[in-house]
Design a protein around this ligand. Structure first.
Ligand code: NDP
Length: 330
């Protein structure tokens, strides 16, 4: 099994005298900045927009431009969207990135696919929470940890591992467990969840909805049964809390019998086959190249597909059902 680090493996002392520069104050930026500050680490926030800086000042941070934050910090936390990172790196970060500094990523994507190449002489580490920013903050405040994937890509100072562990502890992830892996493994797993598991699961859900609607059940009732009641989401929570099989005990004997005897009917080898195809595209770098080209072309496919998804009948069924159950709009 890959190594999992905990609080006792990390020492915040290695960061003594260092300033951490948070680049970007969004989902992860705000949460990680607040957690590091509450862990006693000096933090400055480098942000682009005036409103963003104002928000960070309101949270008690000293703010400045991205360039200045890089110049003044020993550890630079790359917390802007992955797709803008390579360009911002070249123009705003590289000029102030002196030897001996540390670049910390919350995702392995740009390094794994060669879209951003840091210079020799700097440490390159990763602390990638498996959680949205709000969860990173909430778990820290509650004194609970959360899982992350962590790693060292480049160790120029000989201290990269210790710095990575200290940053992980400051963010609060080693209270749960920080699992060591390469940047490529992190990026590939992340993309597979988004492109393999997520959409396959979405297709199963859409087929279930369509099957019931075609069989004559009112679409609104189907939406409540399968999604809006929250029953399935509750089961997912229990899978996380108790385990995949143990949570089955929470369901009635009728439910367990029906589920166990029928599950084999839904085992389609084509699903695993299409997932393997998706994984291969990710691992070969073909997806990263396709996405880079799409962005350069001005996102034509992305925008077209976003338009199409609003035309799916489920969008209207969901809207109506949410209204009927006073659930607010999506
Ligand atoms: P966000 O989209 O929330 O980042 C928004 C911030 O980035 C804002 O402060 C914005 O500034 C700044 N920004 C955007 N474009 C630029 C630019 N061109 N120059 C300077 N600043 C810019 O990012 P996330 O927090 O979602 O992602 C950050 C990293 O964390 C990524 O590597 C991502 O993969 C990783 N990650 C994200 C997770 C998540 O929960 N979203 C989970 C785990 C990892 P302004 O306010 O000026 O627009």
């Amino acid at each position: 099994m890959a190594k999992v680090y905990h609080d006792e493996d990390a020492d915040l002392g290695i960061l003594e005298g260092s300033t951490i520069g948070i680049i970007g104050y969004g989902n992860q930026g705000r949460a990680q900045a607040l957690n590091l500050k509450d862990s006693g680490v000096p933090v400055i926030v480098g942000a682009r927009a005036d409103e963003t800086r104002e928000q960070a000042r309101g949270d008690g941070f000293e703010t400045c431009s991205v360039k200045e934050a890089v110049e003044r910090s020993q550890v630079i936390m790359m917390l802007i969207p992955d797709e803008v990172m390579p360009a911002v790196f070249q123009s705003e970060i590289l000029p102030g990135l002196d030897r001996g500094k540390t670049l910390c990523f919350a995702s392995g994507y740009n390094i794994a696919f060669g879209l951003l190449v840091p210079p020799d002489g700097v440490d390159v580490i990763m602390v990638a929470p498996r959680m949205i920013g709000a969860g990173v903050r909430q778990r820290y405040v509650e004194g609970r940890g959360f899982p992350s994937f962590v790693g060292v890509h480049q160790d120029a100072t000989g201290k990269a591992l210790e710095i990575m562990l200290a940053v992980s502890k400051g963010i609060g992830t080693t209270k749960g467990g920080a699992m060591e892996m390469t940047f490529a493994e992190e990026a590939e797993l992340d993309l597979f969840t988004e492109q393999g598991f997520g959409p396959a699961f979405g297709q199963v859900l859409l087929s279930a909805i369509q099957t019931l609607v075609d069989a004559g059940y009112p679409a609104e009732a189907v939406m409540v049964e399968l999604i809006l009641s929250g029953e399935f989401a509750y089961s997912m929570e229990k899978i996380v809390e108790l385990g995949f099989f143990p949570q089955m005990e929470l369901h009635s004997h009728t439910s367990q019998y029906g589920s166990m005897t029928r599950s084999v009917r839904h085992m389609h080898p084509q699903i695993a086959e299409s997932m393997r195809g998706v994984l291969e595209e990710i691992r070969s770098g073909a997806f990263a190249r396709e996405w880079e080209a799409e962005q350069k072309a001005g996102l034509p496919v992305f925008n077209e597909m976003k338009g199409l998804r609003d035309l799916h009948p489920i969008a209207e069924w969901e809207k109506k059902t949410r209204k009927a159950f006073r659930m607010g709009s999506v």
